[in-house]
Design a protein around this ligand. Structure first.
Ligand SMILES: Cc1cc2nc3c(=O)[nH]c(=O)nc-3n(C[C@H](O)[C@H](O)[C@H](O)COP(=O)(O)O)c2cc1C
Length: 193
């Protein structure tokens, strides 16, 4: 393997969540880069080669605005008055507009349901990690967002009964200094036998 493990380790540890408030809305993300992310996603491991990941890419300003309107509308319709915040509603609508692209992360169950759902969800998550690490290598900010509006977006996205939305992958260029990560000691999570 040509890639030194030390470089891979550094990339894994440097990968961070970067949120839309830090994106540069005036700096577009080229479609060729999105294709690179999606190609890498497609190389995730997959039990029985079901390849359960599907994606819908909101790239054009028009499609991101449509997504923003859906998210803010969902928030407005589903938030009880005592919890409602005008600012939060505005943010739901603004986030996709600020992003270079938003990728809806979809689970596609194979019709035979030949392996358990958790394995399919795990495979989709590995595909997302491939995109996330690729973004880190490119210097693109990104994060996986799982609001209720996304998890219940089947109708908005036109999903089939065997498909489910697992969230939204936001990405955009940014100028944030390197963000320090926070993790507990791995030793506390491991038992050596
Ligand atoms: C499956 C999944 C769902 C997530 N959903 C959200 C979310 O809805 N909102 C959010 O702010 N961050 C979300 N995150 C990002 C986490 O907050 C973030 O990964 C965590 O704080 C660690 O920070 P880091 O990614 O910079 O290491 C999600 C991450 C994963 C893996």
């Amino acid at each position: 393997m040509a890639l030194p493990a030390s470089e891979l380790s550094a990339l894994i540890r440097r990968r961070r969540s970067v949120f839309p408030k830090s994106y540069l809305p005036e700096k577009p993300v080229d479609r060729a880069l999105l294709e690179q992310l999606l190609e890498n996603a497609n190389w995730a491991p997959t039990h029985k080669l079901t390849e359960p990941w599907r994606f819908q890419v909101f790239h054009s300003a028009e499609s991101r605005a449509r997504l923003g309107d859906y998210l803010s509308g969902f928030y407005q319709r589903n938030t009880p008055p005592e919890a409602f915040s005008e600012e939060k509603m505005q943010k739901q609508g603004d986030n996709p507009r600020r992003a270079g692209a938003v990728i809806a992360i979809l689970l596609h169950r194979d019709p035979a349901e030949s392996i358990p759902e958790f394995e399919e969800i795990a495979a989709v998550a590995m595909a997302v990690q491939n995109m996330w690490l690729t973004c880190a290598a490119l210097g693109l900010g990104c994060y996986w967002s799982t609001p209720r509006a996304a998890l219940q977006a089947g109708e908005f996205l036109g999903l089939a009964p065997n498909e489910r939305c697992l969230g939204l992958f936001y990405l955009g260029w940014h100028e944030m200094p390197e963000i320090a990560g926070k993790r507990g000691d791995v030793g506390e999570k491991v038992v050596w036998r």
